[in-house]
Write a protein that binds this ligand. Structure first.
Ligand code: PLP
Length: 368
């Protein structure tokens, strides 16, 4: 790995490959793999990740919003792309880019049919989402007749898959709830397939679903966080390699006398002689203020340096009193050996939040 000379997010494709192989070792050959690359590929680089995995022949991609799918199409991602939460205002662009909508209510289904017919579509692939307990998006179990009759009255759309989303697949205390979600999804999809008369792709598992509920892999699984290197448990985390390493450098070192203060609002007051380092990353980059005042730390020459005072917009200061280091030395915020999940724990946050929060201002460096 090259030494950082500025704040940089390294994306390691060997680690991505490792995670891909681990996930595929957990699923049958007959189960398709949908790779979730929403939110810039969980803060990495959606196009790089998608291209790399397209070449490894994954079956499907998923994004949250239409604009994210358009970016993938421009980067020559040709595999099918499911848009998990498309907004009707973007349905025209969605169709123009051959993206496939998740439709989750009568309102969005009707709006999609009307725009697809204006655009003279025939058998346009759509995906129907059912709510089985997350209570976020999805049709209810009693909507099956309505959806099937709506689909049958037009040849504009064709249902390609039915899916649902688990609320707590990583939490083994919620196994009973999760098994219930899986059961109700099976009941719904059986009724749906019976009424519509053709076979659909069924999918319900995210990463933790893949790991904890092999009996629920069905026809396809949707994997996000696992590919980026997190298994959502201390045991599973060992089987993954975080693909992103956030690095920076020491811009300046200060010697602070007793009773001096550091940073805005004079939030850190020195009780004795201290040495501090200023690092060029701040809350505008996703290192939110909650990491300040001793909550979070960075790694310098293998040692923990606590973040002191308030995190600034573009910088933060750390205590390096007991660390042998110089201006220009490398700083690790998180990476393969000091995990983002651990870093996030300082603010009661989770891997998903910290890795997707790293601002687009920070350059992504792809390590092949
Ligand atoms: C984000 C998302 C996923 C991926 O979940 P991971 O836990 O990251 O694997 C799967 N399905 C839906 C509907 C999602 O929104």
């Amino acid at each position: 790995m090259p030494k950082a000379h500025e704040t940089i997010l390294e994306i390691n494709l060997k680690a991505l490959r490792h995670n891909f192989e681990y996930i595929t070792s957990k699923i049958n050959n007959s189960t398709k793999l949908m790779v979730v690359v929403k939110a810039f590929g969980y803060g990495s680089d959606a196009c790089v990740v998608a291209k790399y995995l397209q070449d490894l022949d994954v079956d499907y991609f998923a994004v949250a919003y239409t604009s994210e799918g358009v970016v993938l199409r421009k980067a020559r991602i040709t595999k099918p792309i499911l848009v998990l939460h498309p907004q009707p205002i973007n349905f025209k662009s969605l169709i123009d880019n051959c993206l496939e909508p998740s439709l989750y209510s009568a309102k969005v289904l009707n709006e999609f049919v009307s725009i697809a017919s204006e655009k003279n579509q025939k058998d346009y692939p759509i995906h129907i989402k059912f709510n089985t307990g997350l209570n976020r998006l999805g049709f209810g179990k009693n909507d099956v007749d309505y959806i099937v009759s709506k689909v049958n009255e037009t040849n504009v759309i064709k249902v390609k898959s039915l899916f649902s989303h688990l609320a707590a697949s990583e939490d083994l205390n919620e196994t009973y709830f999760t098994l219930n979600q899986i059961e109700s999804f099976k009941t719904i999809t059986k009724a749906f397939e019976g009424k519509i008369g053709y076979k659909l792709i069924l999918h319900i598992c995210n990463t933790s679903g893949i790991l904890n509920y092999p009996e629920a892999h069905l026809d396809m699984v949707r994997c996000g966080i696992g590919l980026y290197g997190f298994g959502n448990s201390s045991i599973e985390n060992k089987n993954f390699r975080p693909i992103a390493t956030l690095k920076s450098v020491i811009s300046q070192i200060h010697l602070i006398e007793k009773d001096e203060t550091v940073g805005y609002n004079r939030a850190y007051k020195s009780k004795s002689f201290q040495k501090t380092a200023t690092i060029p990353i701040g809350h505008a980059d996703g290192i939110v203020r909650q990491y300040g005042n001793g909550n979070g730390f960075v790694i310098i020459n293998g040692k923990q340096a606590p973040i002191i005072g308030n995190v600034c917009m573009d910088m933060l200061m750390v205590n390096i009193t007991n660390i042998d280091c110089n201006e220009g030395d490398e700083v690790i915020i998180f990476g393969e050996h000091t995990s983002a999940e651990n870093f996030a724990a300082a603010t009661k946050s989770i891997s998903y939040e910290i890795i997707t929060a790293i601002s687009q201002r920070i350059k992504r460096l792809i390590i092949k």
